[in-house]
Design a protein around this ligand. Structure first.
Ligand SMILES: [Mg+2]
Length: 374
């Protein structure tokens, strides 16, 4: 009989990974990316790994890697130790009953549970999640809120190497100056590649109503989260105003959010992320709502290393609703990773590995090298 996967221990490690270049958001610039590595060990000695990562600090959701570590160590780990992996959804529900919010922390631990369970069963995680719908997923290249010449040079090189779309961060400058910057960039890029922008909720409805049509006219072909997370009214009006799609990111965390956004047609595309939603099970439920509503999904990123990126990719490749590609480019932004082998990026696509669990093993030397001291 297959092992039931009795969980013996949960171990967490903060790991500071170097970036290949700084990544500039609205209010902060990332120069390294710290991730929380969570490892779960079963009574049979099987180890599953998961990752918690946020884009450069607690500005995105309130969580940081340090809060994730504390929540996992003190509150979530005791809920699963002694439990069985064969009852993973029940373990996951227990986390929600005893710990509110803290979705990125829950995702990190849930991913480790999935990885361990898939390894015990000897199947790739995608098989455990229902099987592959696709073997590869397109990867948008994302660039921070930098000057036009820097952005254009990097974007053209990435388009040349096969990335079918480029996503640009906005919101770091006053709105009018930012739009003028984007118009300059789009004049060089839009004829050659798909250009998308992410405002991370920077503009109120009035500003967005005034300026988004200019971005649309400049050739931008998707706008992500123009207005604050709570302002579904603004998203609804902007989605009706624009010809180009509006993608919800910060406004879409739970399956309930998905239901509201879908019912109000307040988003044309959903950005699906396992981290912000608390793991793979929640993201599956959101994708089901999107599927029912006919809303395409996009595989978003919190700039995870190879481990977290693979967890997202294993799920995204099972979901027919993910028709809008992904931005699972985190490992390509990093100068090094925790994996024994790099992920398989070719021609702008991330190719899913075939191995059991997440599909690729960790490199203990690299983990020891980058692990943050006590
Ligand atoms: Mg976003």
């Amino acid at each position: 009989m297959t092992s039931l996967g009795l969980i013996e221990s949960v171990r967490t490690t903060l790991v500071d990974l170097p970036l290949a270049r700084p990544h500039r958001f609205r209010d902060t610039t990332m120069v390294t990316q710290t991730v929380l590595l969570v490892r779960v060990r079963t009574d049979d000695g099987v180890v599953g790994a998961g990752e918690g990562a946020v884009p450069g600090g607690p500005w995105w959701s309130g969580e940081s890697v340090e809060t994730m570590k504390l929540i996992v160590d003190h509150y979530l780990a005791p809920l699963v130790v002694g439990g069985e992996l064969s009852r993973l959804p029940a373990l996951r529900a227990r986390m929600d009953r005893l710990v509110a919010a803290n979705e990125f922390a829950k995702c990190a631990l849930e991913t480790a549970l999935w990885d361990a369970w898939a390894r015990i069963l000897g199947v790739p995680l995608a098989s455990l999640l229902g099987g592959r719908f696709r073997d590869t997923i397109p990867v948008t290249w994302a660039i921070g809120a930098d000057d036009p010449d820097v952005v254009v040079e990097e974007a053209l090189a990435k388009a040349e190497s096969g990335h079918a779309s480029i996503k640009l961060k906005m919101g770091a400058q006053p709105p009018d100056a930012d739009v003028a910057r984007l118009e300059k960039i789009a004049a060089s890029l839009a004829p050659k590649t798909s250009v998308r922008v992410d405002l991370n909720g920077a503009w109120d409805l009035l500003t967005a109503t005034r300026l988004l049509p200019r971005l649309q006219d400049a050739g931008v072909d998707l706008v992500e989260q123009p207005s604050p997370a709570h302002d579904v009214d603004a998203l609804e009006r902007l989605a009706a105003l624009l010809r180009i799609p509006v993608m919800a990111d910060e406004s879409l965390r739970t399956d309930h959010d998905a239901l509201v956004l879908a019912a109000r047609r307040a988003a044309d595309v959903f950005s699906l992320k396992i981290g912000k939603s608390g793991g793979l099970l929640a993201a599956q439920r959101i994708a089901a709502v999107a599927h029912a509503a006919g809303i395409p999904c996009h595989g978003g990123t919190g700039i995870e290393s190879g481990l977290g990126t693979l967890a997202g990719a294993q799920l995204m490749c099972t979901l027919p609703a993910v028709t809008y590609g992904s931005e699972l480019f985190g490992p390509l932004l990093m100068a090094d990773d925790l994996l024994a082998e790099p992920l398989d990026y070719r021609d702008g696509l991330l190719h899913l590995p075939d191995g059991p669990g997440l599909g690729i093993d960790l490199d203990e030397d690299r983990i020891a090298h980058y692990a943050r001291g006590p």
